[in-house]
Design a protein around this ligand. Structure first.
Ligand code: ADP
Ligand code: MG
Length: 340
């Protein structure tokens, strides 16, 4: 017999609310990386270095050379809904940044130990603060300290999910998490060709010797004065002109290999004439038959054969059109540029 005793409604503790909310945004290290990378792009960085230990569960560190954070803002940096990107609701209509809700750093700080070192161009020194559950460890007055540091921001996330044991247990293989991290870094690198992104992992730290392995290293675009063509190196994927296309193709080659990058077909479509869509699309797609061995190829071929079997059963064997179209979409490296 079910217990029909009426239970009273109580307001949840803020820490519980924040931890639940954080768990919905950050499921694994690669989610945290996405948020931190987006902040680095929003800060107009030209160089971003990622360092990973144990698949990002022990350490996920991102150093950028962007605008930095004002030391006066460090006190509220990791509180929920604190942002420099939005003030009033109407601002959403013209937002040009990846982030705007002020939830990412707060979420990360509720499920890990987060350390920020930041230096703005006009400051002679950097500032450092550690955060737990959205608050500066040691309090705002003594927890924010001066230190040496480069222009830009370094975010270090340590011991992810130390306070959510079931999440931590669910993440079994550091190598799988690292692959997810590399995947996120690679995709953002393609979308932001011209910004240098490095992804490295600590492979062993036996005794005093630490071995670090570099798995992704893309190049920074030359400064505008030396660049030929229209190479702004800007973040939002709005590259145009031969130089930007060349550097995008180079990054695609670094991420997906030469076979894929050599077989790409460029496409561009201006859908502005369709007033409902108001969008321009440009990107690359490949045939999907170009990477016969290795990760991407295997995953793709699996997807393609699933699609072919679905469309085949729907169309009694004659469904090549649909699967062909879909696998081209899946294989594409696309850049969407929204206009208006
Ligand atoms: P959002 O990006 O939605 O504003 P976040 O929690 O991701 O929220 O970041 C909060 C604020 O912290 C940002 O609005 C930005 O002002 C600042 N910030 C975070 N990361 C960086 C960074 N790498 N460089 C400069 N400012 C940053
Ligand atoms: Mg953000």
């Amino acid at each position: 017999m079910a217990d029909l005793k009426v239970k009273r409604i109580k307001k949840l503790d803020t820490t519980v609310i924040n931890r639940i909310a954080a768990g919905e945004i950050i499921h694994r290290p690669s989610n945290a990386l996405k948020e931190i990378l987006e902040n680095a792009f929003d800060a107009h960085s030209t160089q971003i270095q990622i360092l990973v230990k144990e698949g990002g569960m022990k350490l996920l560190q991102v150093q950028d050379d962007g605008a930095g954070i004002s030391p006066e803002d460090l006190g509220i940096l990791c509180e929920r809904f604190t942002t420099s990107k939005l003030q009033k609701y109407e601002d959403l209509e013209s937002i040009e940044t990846y982030g705007f809700r002020g939830e990412a750093l707060a979420s990360i700080s509720h499920v890990s130990y987060l350390t920020v070192v930041t230096k703005t161009r006009d400051s002679p020194v950097a500032y450092k603060a550690k955060y737990v559950d959205g608050k500066v460890l040691g309090g705002e007055n003594s927890g924010i300290v001066k230190c040496a540091g480069n222009n830009g921001t370094q975010i270090a996330v340590e011991d992810l999910f130390y306070n959510i044991p079931y999440r931590k247990q669910a993440i079994k293989k550091a190598s799988e998490e690292y692959n997810r991290i590399l995947d996120v870094a690679g995709k953002y690198a393609i979308h932001n060709a011209g910004i240098s992104i490095t992804c490295r992992k600590v492979v062993g730290s036996g005794g005093s010797k630490t071995t670090i392995c570099t798995d992704l290293q893309t190049q920074r675009a030359p400064p505008p004065s030396t660049a030929r063509g229209n190479s702004s190196g800007n973040s939002s994927g709005n590259s145009s002109g031969a130089t930007n296309n060349a550097s995008k193709l180079k990054v695609i080659q670094q991420v997906y290999g030469k076979q894929v990058s050599n077989s790409l077909i460029e496409f561009k479509k201006d859908l502005m004439e369709n007033r409902d869509l108001r969008v321009k699309i440009e990107g690359y797609c490949s045939s999907g038959r170009d990477n016969e061995s290795g990760g991407t190829g295997v995953a793709l071929r699996k997807t393609i054969s699933t699609l072919e079997s679905i469309s085949g059963s729907r169309n009694n064997g004659g469904g090549g059109g649909m699967s062909f179209l879909l696998f081209r979409i899946i294989q594409s490296v696309c850049v969407f540029e929204f206009v208006g």
